[in-house]
Design a protein around this ligand. Sequence first.
Ligand code: GLV
Ligand code: MN
Ligand code: MN
Length: 418
Amino acid sequence: MSGARIPPSGAVNEQRLWQRHADMAKLGGTPKGGVNRQALSPEDAAARNQLAAWAKARGFATFTDPIGNLFVRRDGIDADANPVMSGSHMDSQPTGGRFDGMYGVLAAFEALEALEDAGIRTRRPVMAVAWTNEEGSRFQPGAMGSAVFAGHYRLDEMLAQKDWKGVLLEDALAETLKAAPTPLRAGPPGFPVDSYVEAHIEQGPRLENENKTIGVVTAIQGSRRYIVTVEGEEAHAGTTPRAARKDAYAAATRIAAAMYAATTDAEDTLRFTIGRVEVAPGSPNTVPGKVTFTIDMRHPQDAVLETHERTLKAIVAAKAAPCPAALERVTNVAPTDFDPKVIGLVREKAQALGLSNMDMPSGAGHDAMHIARLCPAGMIFVPCERGISHNESENATPQDLAAGTRVLVEVLEALANR
Ligand code: GLV
Ligand code: MN
Ligand code: MN
Protein backbone atom coordinates (compact mmCIF):
# COMPACT_ATOMS: atom_id res chain seq x y z
CA MET A 1 0.00 0.00 0.00
CA SER A 2 3.02 2.31 -0.25
CA GLY A 3 2.20 5.63 -1.88
CA ALA A 4 -1.42 5.53 -0.70
CA ARG A 5 -2.68 9.04 -0.24
CA ILE A 6 -3.32 10.04 3.39
CA PRO A 7 -6.52 12.09 3.61
CA PRO A 8 -5.92 15.37 5.45
CA SER A 9 -8.44 14.35 8.14
CA GLY A 10 -6.04 11.50 9.00
CA ALA A 11 -3.42 14.08 9.94
CA VAL A 12 -5.65 16.03 12.36
CA ASN A 13 -3.92 15.76 15.72
CA GLU A 14 -6.48 15.65 18.55
CA GLN A 15 -3.89 16.04 21.30
CA ARG A 16 -2.22 19.04 19.63
CA LEU A 17 -5.59 20.73 19.08
CA TRP A 18 -6.62 20.17 22.71
CA GLN A 19 -3.27 21.43 24.01
CA ARG A 20 -3.60 24.58 21.90
CA HIS A 21 -6.99 25.25 23.56
CA ALA A 22 -5.36 24.80 26.97
CA ASP A 23 -2.54 27.18 26.04
CA MET A 24 -4.95 29.84 24.77
CA ALA A 25 -7.17 29.42 27.87
CA LYS A 26 -4.28 30.73 29.99
CA LEU A 27 -4.46 34.08 28.18
CA GLY A 28 -7.16 35.90 30.13
CA GLY A 29 -7.94 32.77 32.16
CA THR A 30 -10.36 33.30 35.07
CA PRO A 31 -10.43 31.53 38.46
CA LYS A 32 -13.67 29.77 37.43
CA GLY A 33 -11.97 28.16 34.42
CA GLY A 34 -13.26 30.50 31.72
CA VAL A 35 -11.63 33.45 29.98
CA ASN A 36 -11.93 37.22 30.02
CA ARG A 37 -10.21 38.13 26.74
CA GLN A 38 -12.25 41.06 25.51
CA ALA A 39 -11.60 42.59 22.11
CA LEU A 40 -8.42 44.66 21.77
CA SER A 41 -7.33 44.08 25.38
CA PRO A 42 -3.82 43.00 26.45
CA GLU A 43 -5.18 39.42 26.65
CA ASP A 44 -6.38 39.65 23.04
CA ALA A 45 -2.89 40.86 22.05
CA ALA A 46 -1.35 37.88 23.87
CA ALA A 47 -3.60 35.47 21.93
CA ARG A 48 -2.59 37.14 18.67
CA ASN A 49 1.09 36.75 19.54
CA GLN A 50 0.54 33.10 20.40
CA LEU A 51 -1.21 32.33 17.10
CA ALA A 52 1.44 34.24 15.12
CA ALA A 53 4.22 32.32 16.92
CA TRP A 54 2.62 28.97 16.05
CA ALA A 55 2.23 30.13 12.45
CA LYS A 56 5.85 31.20 12.27
CA ALA A 57 7.00 27.85 13.62
CA ARG A 58 5.19 26.17 10.71
CA GLY A 59 6.47 28.64 8.11
CA PHE A 60 3.03 30.17 7.42
CA ALA A 61 2.90 33.90 6.62
CA THR A 62 0.79 36.15 8.89
CA PHE A 63 -0.62 39.62 8.29
CA THR A 64 -3.31 41.97 9.61
CA ASP A 65 -5.68 44.40 7.92
CA PRO A 66 -6.64 47.90 9.10
CA ILE A 67 -9.35 46.65 11.51
CA GLY A 68 -6.89 44.16 13.02
CA ASN A 69 -8.18 40.93 11.50
CA LEU A 70 -5.27 38.47 11.74
CA PHE A 71 -4.67 36.15 8.76
CA VAL A 72 -2.47 33.05 8.49
CA ARG A 73 -1.74 31.86 4.97
CA ARG A 74 -0.67 28.49 3.58
CA ASP A 75 0.26 28.97 -0.04
CA GLY A 76 -1.39 27.06 -2.85
CA ILE A 77 0.05 25.86 -6.14
CA ASP A 78 -1.71 28.60 -8.10
CA ALA A 79 -0.37 31.87 -6.70
CA ASP A 80 -3.15 33.87 -8.37
CA ALA A 81 -6.08 31.78 -7.13
CA ASN A 82 -8.37 33.31 -4.52
CA PRO A 83 -7.95 31.70 -1.10
CA VAL A 84 -10.28 29.37 0.73
CA MET A 85 -10.68 30.74 4.25
CA SER A 86 -11.66 29.42 7.66
CA GLY A 87 -11.64 30.92 11.12
CA SER A 88 -13.61 32.65 13.85
CA HIS A 89 -12.68 34.96 16.75
CA MET A 90 -10.34 34.99 19.74
CA ASP A 91 -12.09 37.70 21.77
CA SER A 92 -14.44 36.56 24.52
CA GLN A 93 -17.33 37.70 26.67
CA PRO A 94 -16.23 39.28 30.01
CA THR A 95 -17.08 35.95 31.67
CA GLY A 96 -16.63 33.81 28.59
CA GLY A 97 -15.70 30.21 27.90
CA ARG A 98 -12.59 28.64 26.40
CA PHE A 99 -14.19 27.49 23.15
CA ASP A 100 -16.56 30.17 21.81
CA GLY A 101 -14.66 31.53 18.83
CA MET A 102 -11.28 30.12 19.81
CA TYR A 103 -12.31 26.68 18.56
CA GLY A 104 -12.97 28.02 15.06
CA VAL A 105 -9.57 29.72 14.93
CA LEU A 106 -7.68 26.71 16.27
CA ALA A 107 -9.63 24.27 14.07
CA ALA A 108 -8.68 26.36 11.03
CA PHE A 109 -5.06 26.45 12.15
CA GLU A 110 -5.09 22.70 12.80
CA ALA A 111 -6.46 22.23 9.28
CA LEU A 112 -3.47 24.12 7.89
CA GLU A 113 -1.12 22.00 9.98
CA ALA A 114 -2.87 18.78 8.95
CA LEU A 115 -2.50 19.68 5.26
CA GLU A 116 1.16 20.39 5.95
CA ASP A 117 1.71 17.15 7.89
CA ALA A 118 -0.06 15.09 5.21
CA GLY A 119 2.14 16.73 2.56
CA ILE A 120 -0.90 17.87 0.60
CA ARG A 121 -0.56 20.75 -1.81
CA THR A 122 -3.79 22.50 -2.71
CA ARG A 123 -4.45 24.52 -5.83
CA ARG A 124 -5.77 27.52 -3.89
CA PRO A 125 -4.14 29.03 -0.80
CA VAL A 126 -5.87 28.07 2.45
CA MET A 127 -6.07 30.76 5.11
CA ALA A 128 -6.95 30.80 8.79
CA VAL A 129 -8.36 34.03 10.19
CA ALA A 130 -9.04 35.48 13.64
CA TRP A 131 -11.64 38.21 13.14
CA THR A 132 -11.50 41.29 15.40
CA ASN A 133 -14.25 41.89 17.99
CA GLU A 134 -16.86 39.28 17.22
CA GLU A 135 -18.45 39.43 20.65
CA GLY A 136 -19.43 43.09 20.58
CA SER A 137 -19.27 43.09 24.34
CA ARG A 138 -16.65 45.77 24.94
CA PHE A 139 -17.08 47.63 21.64
CA GLN A 140 -20.34 47.58 19.71
CA PRO A 141 -21.29 46.35 17.17
CA GLY A 142 -20.21 42.72 17.25
CA ALA A 143 -18.83 40.71 14.33
CA MET A 144 -17.06 43.95 13.55
CA GLY A 145 -13.88 42.71 11.86
CA SER A 146 -15.72 40.43 9.47
CA ALA A 147 -18.31 43.12 8.70
CA VAL A 148 -15.61 45.67 7.87
CA PHE A 149 -13.80 43.04 5.76
CA ALA A 150 -17.03 42.37 3.87
CA GLY A 151 -17.70 46.09 3.38
CA HIS A 152 -20.86 46.12 5.51
CA TYR A 153 -19.51 48.48 8.19
CA ARG A 154 -17.31 51.48 7.49
CA LEU A 155 -13.79 51.34 8.87
CA ASP A 156 -13.77 55.01 9.94
CA GLU A 157 -17.05 54.62 11.83
CA MET A 158 -15.77 51.53 13.65
CA LEU A 159 -12.47 53.21 14.59
CA ALA A 160 -14.56 55.99 16.19
CA GLN A 161 -16.48 53.60 18.48
CA LYS A 162 -15.90 53.88 22.22
CA ASP A 163 -16.18 51.25 24.91
CA TRP A 164 -18.29 51.85 28.06
CA LYS A 165 -15.29 53.50 29.71
CA GLY A 166 -14.82 55.95 26.83
CA VAL A 167 -11.74 54.28 25.27
CA LEU A 168 -11.61 54.88 21.52
CA LEU A 169 -11.43 51.72 19.43
CA GLU A 170 -8.74 53.27 17.22
CA ASP A 171 -6.52 53.71 20.30
CA ALA A 172 -7.21 50.21 21.63
CA LEU A 173 -6.45 48.76 18.19
CA ALA A 174 -3.17 50.71 17.93
CA GLU A 175 -2.14 49.47 21.40
CA THR A 176 -3.03 45.90 20.46
CA LEU A 177 -1.10 45.95 17.20
CA LYS A 178 1.87 47.53 18.98
CA ALA A 179 1.84 44.70 21.51
CA ALA A 180 1.22 42.07 18.79
CA PRO A 181 3.02 43.40 15.70
CA THR A 182 2.21 41.70 12.40
CA PRO A 183 2.80 42.98 8.84
CA LEU A 184 -0.05 45.27 7.82
CA ARG A 185 -1.75 44.66 4.50
CA ALA A 186 -1.84 48.04 2.77
CA GLY A 187 -5.03 49.41 1.29
CA PRO A 188 -8.64 49.22 2.36
CA PRO A 189 -9.89 46.14 4.23
CA GLY A 190 -11.17 43.16 2.28
CA PHE A 191 -9.84 41.06 -0.57
CA PRO A 192 -11.39 38.40 -2.79
CA VAL A 193 -12.11 35.10 -1.05
CA ASP A 194 -13.14 31.95 -2.91
CA SER A 195 -15.17 30.40 -0.09
CA TYR A 196 -15.41 30.41 3.71
CA VAL A 197 -16.14 27.70 6.29
CA GLU A 198 -16.31 28.40 10.04
CA ALA A 199 -16.19 25.78 12.79
CA HIS A 200 -17.80 26.63 16.14
CA ILE A 201 -19.22 24.97 19.22
CA GLU A 202 -23.00 24.83 18.93
CA GLN A 203 -23.67 27.02 22.01
CA GLY A 204 -27.03 25.27 22.43
CA PRO A 205 -28.16 21.78 23.50
CA ARG A 206 -29.49 20.21 20.30
CA LEU A 207 -26.49 18.11 19.18
CA GLU A 208 -25.98 16.74 22.69
CA ASN A 209 -29.69 15.99 23.13
CA GLU A 210 -29.84 14.19 19.79
CA ASN A 211 -26.52 12.44 20.33
CA LYS A 212 -24.97 13.82 17.12
CA THR A 213 -21.36 14.87 16.61
CA ILE A 214 -21.64 17.29 13.70
CA GLY A 215 -24.11 20.10 13.08
CA VAL A 216 -24.42 20.92 9.39
CA VAL A 217 -25.34 24.58 9.70
CA THR A 218 -27.88 25.78 7.16
CA ALA A 219 -28.61 29.35 8.32
CA ILE A 220 -28.17 31.98 11.04
CA GLN A 221 -31.16 33.79 12.49
CA GLY A 222 -31.46 37.57 12.14
CA SER A 223 -30.43 39.78 15.04
CA ARG A 224 -30.89 43.37 16.06
CA ARG A 225 -29.39 45.33 18.94
CA TYR A 226 -30.71 48.49 20.56
CA ILE A 227 -29.85 50.93 23.33
CA VAL A 228 -32.68 52.44 25.37
CA THR A 229 -31.95 55.72 27.15
CA VAL A 230 -34.27 56.98 29.89
CA GLU A 231 -33.72 60.49 31.27
CA GLY A 232 -34.88 61.24 34.82
CA GLU A 233 -34.00 63.85 37.39
CA GLU A 234 -31.61 63.28 40.27
CA ALA A 235 -33.27 64.02 43.61
CA HIS A 236 -32.94 63.24 47.31
CA ALA A 237 -34.16 59.72 48.11
CA GLY A 238 -35.43 60.68 51.56
CA THR A 239 -37.26 63.92 50.88
CA THR A 240 -38.70 63.83 47.37
CA PRO A 241 -42.42 62.94 47.26
CA ARG A 242 -43.61 60.47 44.61
CA ALA A 243 -45.39 63.10 42.52
CA ALA A 244 -42.23 65.15 42.23
CA ARG A 245 -39.99 62.26 41.18
CA LYS A 246 -38.69 61.63 37.70
CA ASP A 247 -37.15 58.26 38.52
CA ALA A 248 -35.35 56.94 35.43
CA TYR A 249 -35.01 53.43 36.88
CA ALA A 250 -38.71 53.17 37.74
CA ALA A 251 -39.54 54.18 34.14
CA ALA A 252 -36.96 51.72 32.77
CA THR A 253 -38.48 48.84 34.74
CA ARG A 254 -41.98 49.68 33.43
CA ILE A 255 -40.60 49.71 29.89
CA ALA A 256 -38.67 46.47 30.42
CA ALA A 257 -41.64 44.63 31.95
CA ALA A 258 -43.87 45.58 29.01
CA MET A 259 -41.16 44.51 26.55
CA TYR A 260 -40.73 41.08 28.17
CA ALA A 261 -44.49 40.56 27.97
CA ALA A 262 -44.67 41.65 24.32
CA THR A 263 -41.80 39.39 23.26
CA THR A 264 -42.99 36.21 24.97
CA ASP A 265 -44.18 34.20 21.95
CA ALA A 266 -46.05 30.93 22.29
CA GLU A 267 -43.59 29.09 20.00
CA ASP A 268 -40.53 30.25 22.00
CA THR A 269 -38.74 31.33 18.81
CA LEU A 270 -38.21 35.02 19.46
CA ARG A 271 -35.14 35.76 21.59
CA PHE A 272 -35.21 38.93 23.69
CA THR A 273 -32.43 39.85 26.15
CA ILE A 274 -31.68 42.90 28.27
CA GLY A 275 -28.02 42.19 29.05
CA ARG A 276 -26.64 45.45 30.34
CA VAL A 277 -28.23 48.11 32.54
CA GLU A 278 -26.45 51.26 33.69
CA VAL A 279 -28.07 53.33 36.43
CA ALA A 280 -26.65 56.80 37.06
CA PRO A 281 -25.40 58.22 39.28
CA GLY A 282 -25.57 54.82 40.98
CA SER A 283 -25.95 56.09 44.54
CA PRO A 284 -28.29 54.34 47.01
CA ASN A 285 -29.81 57.61 48.26
CA THR A 286 -30.20 59.54 44.99
CA VAL A 287 -33.21 59.04 42.70
CA PRO A 288 -31.66 57.77 39.42
CA GLY A 289 -31.24 60.54 36.84
CA LYS A 290 -30.43 58.34 33.86
CA VAL A 291 -30.71 54.70 32.83
CA THR A 292 -29.38 53.08 29.70
CA PHE A 293 -29.96 49.46 28.81
CA THR A 294 -29.18 47.19 25.86
CA ILE A 295 -31.58 44.95 23.97
CA ASP A 296 -30.55 41.95 21.87
CA MET A 297 -33.44 40.54 19.81
CA ARG A 298 -33.28 37.62 17.36
CA HIS A 299 -35.58 35.61 15.12
CA PRO A 300 -35.18 33.55 11.91
CA GLN A 301 -37.56 35.89 10.03
CA ASP A 302 -36.71 39.51 9.38
CA ALA A 303 -40.40 40.49 9.13
CA VAL A 304 -40.98 39.29 12.71
CA LEU A 305 -38.08 41.40 13.95
CA GLU A 306 -39.46 44.39 12.07
CA THR A 307 -42.88 44.02 13.70
CA HIS A 308 -41.39 43.66 17.14
CA GLU A 309 -39.14 46.66 16.65
CA ARG A 310 -42.26 48.77 16.10
CA THR A 311 -43.77 47.30 19.27
CA LEU A 312 -40.64 48.11 21.30
CA LYS A 313 -40.73 51.71 20.08
CA ALA A 314 -44.41 52.01 21.00
CA ILE A 315 -43.70 50.66 24.49
CA VAL A 316 -40.94 53.21 25.07
CA ALA A 317 -43.32 55.99 24.01
CA ALA A 318 -46.17 54.69 26.17
CA LYS A 319 -44.42 53.70 29.40
CA ALA A 320 -41.66 56.27 29.98
CA ALA A 321 -43.61 59.26 31.36
CA PRO A 322 -42.66 61.40 33.19
CA CYS A 323 -39.18 60.58 31.85
CA PRO A 324 -38.21 61.26 28.24
CA ALA A 325 -36.90 58.02 26.68
CA ALA A 326 -35.58 56.86 23.31
CA LEU A 327 -34.80 53.56 21.62
CA GLU A 328 -31.86 53.58 19.22
CA ARG A 329 -31.08 50.68 16.90
CA VAL A 330 -27.35 49.84 16.95
CA THR A 331 -27.22 46.89 14.56
CA ASN A 332 -29.47 45.03 12.19
CA VAL A 333 -28.12 41.82 10.70
CA ALA A 334 -30.60 40.05 8.42
CA PRO A 335 -30.98 36.25 8.58
CA THR A 336 -28.28 34.39 6.64
CA ASP A 337 -28.82 31.34 4.42
CA PHE A 338 -25.62 29.43 3.80
CA ASP A 339 -24.55 28.24 0.34
CA PRO A 340 -26.24 24.95 -0.65
CA LYS A 341 -23.00 23.58 -2.16
CA VAL A 342 -20.98 24.26 1.00
CA ILE A 343 -23.80 22.83 3.16
CA GLY A 344 -23.82 19.73 0.94
CA LEU A 345 -20.05 19.37 1.17
CA VAL A 346 -20.09 19.55 5.00
CA ARG A 347 -22.82 16.90 5.12
CA GLU A 348 -21.03 14.67 2.59
CA LYS A 349 -17.67 14.85 4.39
CA ALA A 350 -19.24 14.20 7.82
CA GLN A 351 -20.98 11.14 6.38
CA ALA A 352 -17.82 9.92 4.63
CA LEU A 353 -15.99 10.12 7.96
CA GLY A 354 -18.76 8.09 9.61
CA LEU A 355 -19.77 10.96 11.90
CA SER A 356 -23.37 11.29 13.03
CA ASN A 357 -24.78 14.60 11.88
CA MET A 358 -27.87 16.73 11.54
CA ASP A 359 -28.85 19.87 9.67
CA MET A 360 -29.54 22.83 11.94
CA PRO A 361 -29.81 26.62 11.93
CA SER A 362 -27.65 28.73 14.26
CA GLY A 363 -29.24 30.70 17.05
CA ALA A 364 -25.99 32.55 17.74
CA GLY A 365 -24.42 35.10 15.44
CA HIS A 366 -21.09 34.36 13.78
CA ASP A 367 -18.57 36.08 11.51
CA ALA A 368 -19.74 33.73 8.75
CA MET A 369 -22.96 35.76 8.45
CA HIS A 370 -21.02 38.68 6.97
CA ILE A 371 -18.61 36.64 4.87
CA ALA A 372 -21.57 34.68 3.41
CA ARG A 373 -22.55 37.86 1.58
CA LEU A 374 -19.11 37.93 -0.09
CA CYS A 375 -18.60 34.33 -1.18
CA PRO A 376 -20.09 30.83 -0.75
CA ALA A 377 -19.96 30.05 2.98
CA GLY A 378 -21.02 27.50 5.56
CA MET A 379 -20.43 26.38 9.13
CA ILE A 380 -19.71 23.23 11.12
CA PHE A 381 -20.98 22.85 14.70
CA VAL A 382 -19.76 20.45 17.37
CA PRO A 383 -21.54 19.80 20.69
CA CYS A 384 -20.77 21.67 23.89
CA GLU A 385 -21.60 20.37 27.34
CA ARG A 386 -25.28 20.94 28.23
CA GLY A 387 -25.36 23.56 25.47
CA ILE A 388 -23.87 26.11 27.86
CA SER A 389 -22.00 29.05 26.35
CA HIS A 390 -21.28 32.70 27.22
CA ASN A 391 -20.41 31.19 30.58
CA GLU A 392 -17.07 30.35 32.19
CA SER A 393 -18.10 26.71 32.56
CA GLU A 394 -18.47 26.25 28.76
CA ASN A 395 -16.97 22.88 27.84
CA ALA A 396 -16.43 20.50 24.92
CA THR A 397 -14.63 17.18 24.44
CA PRO A 398 -11.28 16.79 22.66
CA GLN A 399 -12.90 14.07 20.52
CA ASP A 400 -15.71 16.29 19.27
CA LEU A 401 -13.37 19.20 18.60
CA ALA A 402 -11.13 16.91 16.55
CA ALA A 403 -14.12 15.40 14.70
CA GLY A 404 -15.31 18.85 13.62
CA THR A 405 -11.79 19.68 12.50
CA ARG A 406 -11.59 16.48 10.43
CA VAL A 407 -14.74 17.50 8.59
CA LEU A 408 -13.37 21.02 8.22
CA VAL A 409 -10.06 20.03 6.65
CA GLU A 410 -11.76 17.66 4.19
CA VAL A 411 -14.16 20.44 3.16
CA LEU A 412 -11.35 22.99 2.85
CA GLU A 413 -9.24 20.63 0.74
CA ALA A 414 -12.16 19.96 -1.61
CA LEU A 415 -12.87 23.68 -1.97
CA ALA A 416 -9.19 24.50 -2.43
CA ASN A 417 -8.76 22.00 -5.24
CA ARG A 418 -11.75 23.09 -7.31
C1 GLV B 1 -22.22 35.98 19.45
O1 GLV B 1 -21.58 35.72 20.44
C2 GLV B 1 -23.63 36.23 19.55
O2 GLV B 1 -23.99 37.09 20.37
O3 GLV B 1 -24.41 35.54 18.87
MN1 MN C 1 -18.55 32.89 18.81
MN1 MN D 1 -19.96 34.55 21.69
